[in-house]
Structure formats: C-alpha cells, structure tokens
Design a protein. Structure first.
Length: 159
C-alpha cells in the first residue's frame, strides 16, 4: 500500500479488525520509510448486476421482482416465504458468481422455472403460464404433457 505521506509503496500492517457493520476490514498501517501511520479499508467489490429486458432496456437487478413472481405462483400453496426468499437469493448469487455484469431477463426466468419445478408443480405451471405467455389452452396442455411425460401413474403405465 502506497504511503499517503511519502509515497513509498511499502507499509506493514499493525492492526486489523472488522468494522461495526462487518462490511469491511479496517487496517492500521505503518510506512516502512517515514514511519507515519495511516488507515486503509478493505471491502468486497459489489458490482451492479444489470438485467437486459426483452425490449433491450436495461435496469438494475431486483431480487424483490423474483420474490413477487414466486409469491403469485405459490399463492395458496402453503409454501413458506422464507423458502421463496432463499430461491431468489440463490438465483441472484448464481448470476453474481458468473462475474458478468449483465444478464438477460430470459435467463432469470428460466432459472426461476428450474427452481420452482422442484418446489411445487402447480406453482411451476402457474409461473410458466405467465412467463411463457400461453395464449391458448393447447400451449398450456403442451407444458403439462411435457411436465408429466416422464412420470408413471399408480398402475405403473406411462402417462
């Protein structure tokens, strides 16, 4: 770390501790040249995550929009809100871990559908009907057939 007093690029850390909010590490340093002491802070770089919408507009990622969509899909299904918040957080974290600054809304929707399918099939169909803009009952039936395609009924025969 460059000394703010003499400009020497070498200093040693005397003390390190977290901030009260636990969002940074405060380091007390001493310049190895002039002996002056100074403080630095180390923080995680929080890059904004931008969503590219269908109309090519860009907006900041908003986890609450995912939660709102999940709440509508899961209405009267007895699913805990905490579970929906966890799904939204996991989806956001997956995109942030990619280290890309922009993500298409289509990718977000597909990931939400992947998560909700494992949570509740009725909620999945509800979400899919809005997300995929089913215009008629045949599109709705296609999605149900796809969902039921790999399952067996009680008698063991294929549906």
């Amino acid at each position: 770390m460059k000394c703010p007093f003499c400009g020497l690029p070498e200093s040693r850390v005397i003390d390190s501790r977290g901030t009260d909010e636990h969002t940074a590490i405060r380091r007390r340093r001493e310049c190895t040249g002039c002996g002056e002491r100074f403080t630095t802070y180390e923080r995680v770089e929080d890059l904004p995550l931008i969503v590219i919408k269908k109309n090519e507009e860009r907006e900041l990622f908003n986890r609450n929009k995912i939660i709102a969509g999940l709440l509508k899909a899961c209405e009267k299904r007895g699913i805990e809100v905490e579970k929906l918040e966890e799904i939204a957080l996991n989806i956001e974290q997956e995109f942030r871990n990619r280290m890309e600054q922009e993500v298409h809304s289509r990718e977000i929707g597909e990931l939400v559908m992947e998560h909700i399918l494992h949570l509740d099939e009725v909620a999945y169909v509800r979400f899919a009907s809005v997300y995929r803009h089913f215009k008629d009952i045949s599109k709705f039936k296609q999605e149900l057939d796809r969902l039921l395609g790999g399952r067996e009924d009680d008698a063991g025969s294929r549906k």
